[in-house]
Design a protein around this ligand. Structure first.
Ligand code: GTP
Ligand code: SPV
Ligand code: MN
Length: 613
C-alpha cells in the first residue's frame, strides 16, 4: 500500500486542470477562484471534472493518507470508512448564521450578524487557511444538469472527503462549468476545514478547527463555512444551498425549498400518487422514503429522502423534484427488520462516517443486526466489546450513497412529479395522534407551523428535549420564519389543485415508555388511509385538531396491535392540547406583528374547538 501513495498523489495532481470553456461567465468564475485562492493560499488548485479516473485517484489518495479505511472489497466493494474528530460530529446550529442585510429578515429563529461585520470576522480565519492543502473547485448541479427546476453552484473546499461526498450527493460534472461559462446563474460556496499545514507538518486524520462558522449571505447568494468537515457543515450544496439559500430564492421567485422526502405510492389498482413529507432531522424521512409496505398490493418508489423543491405548474398543480443525487442517511437503527431497502442500497460504493469497523473489515452500527459482534473498533478507533458501556457507532454516524443505487428508486426519479399530499411529522411521545388530516390548506399551514419534536443526535443539544421545528425547517429556513409561513399561505393561492395536508406521528409512547406504533414498514397502513382519503374512499371524523380516521377504516389486518394501544394512538386530550396551544401562542409571540393573522385565527379556532370538546 505504501508504494501506492506517491503514485495516487501523482495521478490526482496530473488531473485537475482548469477546463477551457469560453463564454461570458467563465471570467467571473476564474476571478472568483483566484480571489479565494489569494485569500486562502493553497499549495495547489484542482478543478474537479467528476471523472471516474479522478474519483478513484481521490479515494486512493485518502486511503494512502489514512483519512479513509478501505473496507474488505469482498464484503463491501468500493466502500470506505471515515472517522471524524470527536468534536466534529453533527451540524452546529449555534455556529450557523443568516447574514441578511436587515436583522428582521433573518428573523428570531436564526443567528444573525451584519454582513459586512461577518465578512470582517471570517476573512482573517480564511486568510492562509488552505496552506499546505489543495483547493478543489467543485461544480455541481442540484437537480439533473440543465433540468427545468435545477440550479447550479460551485463549492471551493480544501477537504478531499467533502469532494468525495459532494460527488455522491450532487451531480458533479464539467457540463456545469460549461453552463456557467455560457452565463447560467450559480451560487458561490466556500469551505475550509481551517487547518493549514506548515511545511513538513504531518496532517491529522480529520483536520478541523475548534472555531466554526457556517455563514449564509442570502442577498449575494453565498455560503462560507469554516472549521468543520462534517455533513451539512461541509457539503454546502445540501442544507446551506438547497434549503437555506434556496428557500430565499423560493420566497422571491414563487416556489418552495423544503426539508422533505419524496415518494411515489402505487395502490393495488396501479394508480400513482406523489407524497412529500417534512420530518425534522433523524425523525424518519430516509426510512419513509424507502418504505417497503407490509400490506399487500401497495408499493412505494423512492424519489428523494431529504430535500424537495416544489413549483406551481401550468396545469394548476404543484410539481416537485429531489435536487440531490444521493442519500446522507443516519446509520444507527438502519437494519434488516427496519429498513431492508437501505441495507440493500449499502452493498457497495458507500462512504461511511463514524460507524464501527468489524474485525473482518466490514462496518457495523447499533440496529444493523440483531446480534452484536463480540469485538469491534468503535467510531473513535478504540477497541469495543458489548460491555464497553458506550455505543460502537456514533448516534449521528451516516452513510453517503448514490440515490440511483437504491433498489426502490423510481426509473424517472430525476424528473418532476405532481404532488398529491404533504405530510408533517415529528417525534412526539404524547398528544399528537398517529395521523390527522388538515381541514384545508390554511389549517395545514397552521399544522406545519406548530410542529415540535424531541431533540435528536443530528445536531448539538440535549437529547429528548421538546423543541419547536415548524415545517422541520427551523434550522434550515434562510429568512424570517414568519415570512416563510406567509409564503406558504400565499402559495395556497397559486394552484387550482393543491396537495392535501396531513400530520403523522410514528413516535407516540405508552405510559410504560414503549412506542405504541410498530412504525417502519407498518407505516404503509397510514399511507394507505391517506391515499384512500385522496380518492374519496376512506371516512374521517372531525376532532378539535383535525380529521381522524374512522378507526375501522385503518387497515390493521395481520397486525397484532392491542385495542388499548390503538385507542391511545388516536387520543386527543383537550387539556394537554390547550396547554400545547398556550406554548404555540408563546412561540407565535416571538414573531410579533410579522406573524400572519391567519395563523392567529387558526390558533383561536383550535382553542374554541378544544373548549367545546
Ligand atoms: P436526517 O437524515 O437527519 O434528516 O433524518 P431522517 O429524517 O432521514 O431520519 P431517519 O429515517 O434516518 O430515521 C432516524 C431514526 O429514526 C433512525 O434511528 C430510525 O431507525 C428511526 N425511525 C425511522 N422511522 C421510524 C418509525 O417509523 N418508528 C420508529 N420507532 N423509529 C423510526
Ligand atoms: C440533518 O441533520 O437533517 C441531516 C444531516 O440530514 S446534515 O446534512 O448534516 O444536515
Ligand atoms: Mn435522512
Amino acid at each position: 500500500a505504501e508504494s501506492l501513495a506517491p503514485h495516487a498523489a501523482h495521478d490526482l495532481a496530473a488531473l485537475g486542470a482548469r477546463p477551457a470553456f469560453d463564454g461570458p461567465g467563465m471570467a467571473a468564475l476564474i476571478a472568483w477562484v483566484d480571489e479565494i485562492a489569494t485569500l486562502t493560499q493553497p499549495d495547489r488548485i484542482h478543478w474537479v471534472s467528476g471523472s471516474e479516473e479522478e474519483r478513484t485517484a481521490l479515494l486512493d489518495g485518502m486511503v494512502a493518507a489514512g483519512t479513509l479505511i478501505r473496507l474488505d472489497p469482498e464484503k463491501r466493494p468500493n466502500s470506505f470508512l471515515a472517522r471524524s474528530d470527536a468534536g466534529d460530529v453533527a451540524r452546529l446550529e449555534s455556529r450557523t448564521f443568516i447574514c441578511s442585510e436587515r436583522e428582521e429578515d433573518a428573523g428570531p429563529t436564526n443567528n444573525w450578524a451584519e454582513p459586512a461585520h461577518m465578512r470582517e470576522t471570517i476573512q482573517p480565519l480564511f486568510r492562509g487557511s488552505m496552506r499546505g492543502r489543495t483547493l478543489f473547485v467543485v461544480p455541481f448541479s442540484m437537480g439533473k444538469v440543465g433540468g427545468p427546476l435545477s440550479k447550479l453552484g460551485v463549492q471551493i473546499t480544501d477537504s478531499p472527503y467533502a469532494v468525495a461526498s459532494i460527488q455522491i450527493m450532487t451531480r458533479v460534472d464539467e457540463e456545469v462549468t460549461r453552463l456557467i461559462a455560457e452565463g447560467a446563474e450559480w451560487v458561490r460556496t466556500v469551505h475550509s476545514v481551517g487547518a493549514p499545514l506548515h511545511p513538513d507538518e504531518a496532517d491529522v486524520l480529520w483536520p478541523c478547527n475548534d472555531e466554526k462558522y457556517i455563514v449564509h449571505f442570502p442577498d449575494s447568494l453565498e455560503v462560507w463555512s469554516f472549521g468543520s468537515g462534517y455533513g451539512g457543515n461541509a457539503i454546502l450544496a445540501k442544507k446551506c444551498y438547497a434549503l437555506r439559500i434556496a428557500s430565499v430564492l423560493g420566497r422571491d421567485q414563487g416556489w418552495m425549498a423544503e426539508h422533505m422526502l419524496l415518494i411515489r405510492v402505487v395502490d393495488p389498482q396501479g394508480r400513482e400518487y406523489h407524497v412529500a413529507a417534512a420530518f425534522p432531522s433523524a425523525c424518519g424521512k430516509t426510512n419513509l422514503a424507502m418504505l417497503r409496505p407490509t400490506i399487500p398490493g401497495w408499493s412505494v418508489q423512492t424519489l428523494g429522502d431529504d430535500i424537495t423543491w416544489i413549483r406551481p405548474g401550468e396545469d394548476g398543480r404543484f410539481h416537485a423534484i429531489n435536487p440531490e443525487a444521493g442519500f446522507f442517511g443516519v446509520a444507527p437503527g438502519t437494519g434488516v427488520t427496519t429498513n431492508i431497502t437501505a441495507v440493500e442500497t449499502l452493498r457497495e460504493n458507500v462512504l461511511f462516517t463514524n460507524v464501527a469497523l468489524t474485525d473482518d473489515g466490514d462496518v457495523w452500527w447499533e440496529g444493523l443486526t440483531e446480534e452484536t459482534p463480540a469485538h469491534l473498533i468503535d467510531w473513535q478507533g478504540q477497541d469495543w466489546t458489548p460491555d464497553s458501556g458506550r455505543p460502537a457507532a456514533h448516534p449521528n454516524s451516516r452513510f453517503t450513497v448514490s440515490a440511483a443505487q437504491a433498489p426502490s428508486i423510481s426509473d424517472d426519479w430525476e424528473d418532476a412529479v405532481p404532488l398529491d399530499a404533504i405530510l408533517f411529522g415529528g417525534r412526539r411521545a404524547t398528544n399528537v395522534p398517529l395521523v390527522v388530516e388538515a381541514l384545508d390548506w390554511e389549517h395545514g399551514v397552521f399544522l406545519g407551523s406548530t410542529i415540535s419534536s424531541e431533540r435528536t443526535a443530528a445536531a448539538e443539544g440535549t437529547l429528548g428535549e421538546l423543541r419547536r421545528d415548524p415545517f422541520a425547517m427551523m434550522p434550515f429556513c434562510g429568512y424570517n420564519m414568519a415570512d416563510y409561513f406567509a409564503h406558504w399561505l400565499e402559495m395556497g393561492g397559486t394552484a387550482a389543485q393543491l396537495p392535501r395536508i396531513f400530520q403523522v406521528n410514528w413516535f407516540r409512547r405508552g405510559a410504560d415508555g414503549r412506542f405504541l406504533w410498530p412504525g417502519f414498514g407498518e407505516n404503509s397502513r397510514v399511507v394507505d388511509w391517506i391515499i384512500r382519503r385522496l380518492q374519496g374512499e376512506a371516512e374521517a371524523i372531525p376532532s378539535p385538531i383535525g380529521l381522524l380516521p374512522v378507526v375501522d377504516e385503518l387497515n390493521l389486518d395481520g397486525l397484532d396491535l392491542p385495542a388499548a394501544d390503538l385507542e391511545e394512538l388516536f387520543e386527543v386530550d383537550p387539556d394537554s392540547w390547550l396547554a400545547e396551544a398556550q406554548l404555540t401562542e408563546e412561540f407565535y409571540d416571538t414573531f410579533g406583528d410579522r406573524l400572519p393573522a391567519a395563523l392567529r385565527s387558526q390558533l383561536a379556532a383550535l382553542r374554541g374547538r378544544l373548549q367545546n370538546a
